[in-house]
Design a protein around this ligand. Structure first.
Ligand SMILES: Cc1cc2nc3c(=O)[nH]c(=O)nc-3n(C[C@H](O)[C@H](O)[C@H](O)COP(=O)(O)OP(=O)(O)OC[C@H]3O[C@@H](n4cnc5c(N)ncnc54)[C@H](O)[C@@H]3O)c2cc1C
Length: 449
């Protein structure tokens, strides 16, 4: 029987499992996840006030209910067990490890106190174990979010939204109490290019305008160049964004807001200002102009600069994949090179029984559903390659992990039930377990009660 290891339990990992069982219902899957809980960015990235999206986990539960599916949470492949060991014990290995770090801005002050990545902030409010010790100073009146994708919009919305609305979600208690004490009144979201090139989508943009007590101000004229108009004609997303921005522009002056979201285009951050203690005091932006053909316009710096005094900055300019020991990696794209999902080296030589899917395969783009088609391609390639791959060593997985405590899917289901019941007590959707230590304590209590 075919035995597959999937590394990573985010959407791409689960869609790979779904496709594999569809084609090989008698095959076996072991899924390894470094966190004690499954679902990757569905749990630790997708915003807590987007609970509808999070119900996708029910589909993943169904996939995991296949009798030949096993989950090994709290197993960091590359640390707790090597990728080579995994490779020896399975017919094929599918890497679905996502893009776990950020792209850097590379400007003076990038790393000063008060300058954070969106990854840290998002992970912190979503209960990701890696980010629970982070501290965000929300005492300042002005926050700047660099970037204009949907993740940047999430960060802006979480800072602007009435806290009582957030408190009912699965956001952490730590984040709620920090947000309750927040003094932020003005949030700037800045992007290098113009309104026609913004990466956010209309649904997310429109949501900003619906927040109680919040007004959205568009600071730039929405004058489109010929190239912009061509881009708009070619994309309904751009047309919808521009229509929504025009509506913000027409209505922003008539409200009396408690909080204001400022949308700034054609602005490139060029310096983060700090005081003598290295704490952030503001950000310098340089105005840009767009050059190039429709569809590939680039922002070029002009000589005009302006400052936004602020007490905190969130850098949301894209997620970035990290290499796995001994696996080919493209340092320019921060992805694993592949041919239709079969990992290959820089010269195009196929890399044995290793396959790749999701963000680590194609970079951090697309919606959750994009990972499904991606994983279908990978599994199709993998199954076609199987007859050419050697048979694996028969040793069973638990003996590979002899001295390592892992979380099974049954354990996760206990944690899931615990989180939901604790949530009910607090009037929220769920109260998340935020560390492996806490997860094992809950499981130990559960088995004793
Ligand atoms: C802040 C944010 C909000 C988003 N909101 C939405 C949204 O509302 N709607 C939408 O459609 N899309 C949204 N997305 C995009 C969506 O989350 C991604 O498309 C999707 O999660 C990518 O899936 P993946 O499986 O490739 O990676 P991930 O979801 O990142 O999963 C990778 C998994 O691999 C694990 N892992 C990593 N390294 C190892 C290792 N060495 N050993 C074992 N396990 C490992 C990680 O812990 C993680 O669980 C959002 C993304 C972000 C960042």
């Amino acid at each position: 029987m075919t035995r597959i290891a999937i590394i990573g339990s985010g959407p791409s990992g689960f869609y790979a499992a779904q496709e594999f069982f569809k084609k090989e219902p008698d095959g076996y899957i072991d899924m390894f996840e470094r966190l004690p809980t499954p679902f990757g960015l569905l749990r630790g990235g997708v915003a807590p006030d987007h609970q509808q999206m999070k119900t996708l986990s029910k589909l993943y539960d169904r996939i995991a209910s296949h009798p030949n599916f096993r989950f090994f949470g709290h197993v960091h492949v590359g640390k707790d067990v090597s990728i080579d060991t995994i490779r020896r014990h399975y017919h094929a290995v599918i890497l679905a490890v996502g893009a776990e770090t950020d792209r850097r801005l590379g400007i003076p002050g990038d790393d000063c106190v008060g300058s954070h990545t969106a990854t840290e902030f998002v992970g912190w409010y979503n209960g990701h174990p890696d980010y629970q010790s982070r501290v965000f100073n929300l005492n300042a009146s002005v926050a700047v979010v660099i970037g204009q994708g949907n993740v940047a919009v999430d960060v802006v919305r979480i800072l602007a939204k009435p806290v009582d609305d957030l408190a009912k979600t699965d956001i952490t208690d730590t984040a709620i109490s920090a947000l309750r004490q927040s003094r932020i009144t003005d949030i700037y979201m800045i992007g290098r290019r113009g309104p026609a090139q913004a990466a956010f989508t209309e649904l997310e943009l429109t949501e900003l305008g619906k927040l109680a007590g919040v007004t959205v101000v568009v600071h730039d004229d929405l004058v489109l160049s010929d190239a912009d108009s061509m881009e708009m004609a070619a994309s309904s997303k751009v047309r919808k964004n521009i229509t929504q921005l025009e509506m913000f522009k027409a209505s922003s002056s008539i409200k009396t807001p408690q909080k204001t979201i400022h949308l700034m285009f054609y602005s490139s951050p060029t310096r983060i200002h700090t005081d003598a203690n290295g704490h952030i005091t503001g950000i310098q932006c340089t105005k840009t102009a767009l050059m190039g053909e429709a569809g590939s316009q680039k922002a070029i710096l002009t000589s005009e600069t302006y400052d936004i005094p602020c007490g905190i900055v969130f850098r949301s300019i894209g997620y970035r994949g990290v290499p796995l020991d001994g696996v080919p990696f493209n340092e320019a794209t921060h992805t694993i090179p592949h041919k239709n999902g079969h990992v290959c080296d820089q010269n195009g030589q196929l890399f044995g029984n290793v396959f790749v899917t999701g963000w680590i395969k194609r970079g951090p783009s697309g919606v959750i559903g994009t990972n499904r088609s991606d994983s279908i391609e990978t599994v199709t390639t993998c199954l076609a390659a199987l007859p050419t791959l050697p048979d694996p060593h028969p040793l069973d997985t638990p003996s590979l992990l002899a001295n390592h405590r892992y979380v099974s899917y049954a354990d996760w289901q206990k944690l899931d039930a615990y989180e939901q019941s604790e949530g009910i007590k607090k009037g929220k959707v769920r109260d998340k377990v935020t560390s492996a230590k806490e997860a094992f304590a809950v499981l130990d209590n559960h088995s004793h009660s």
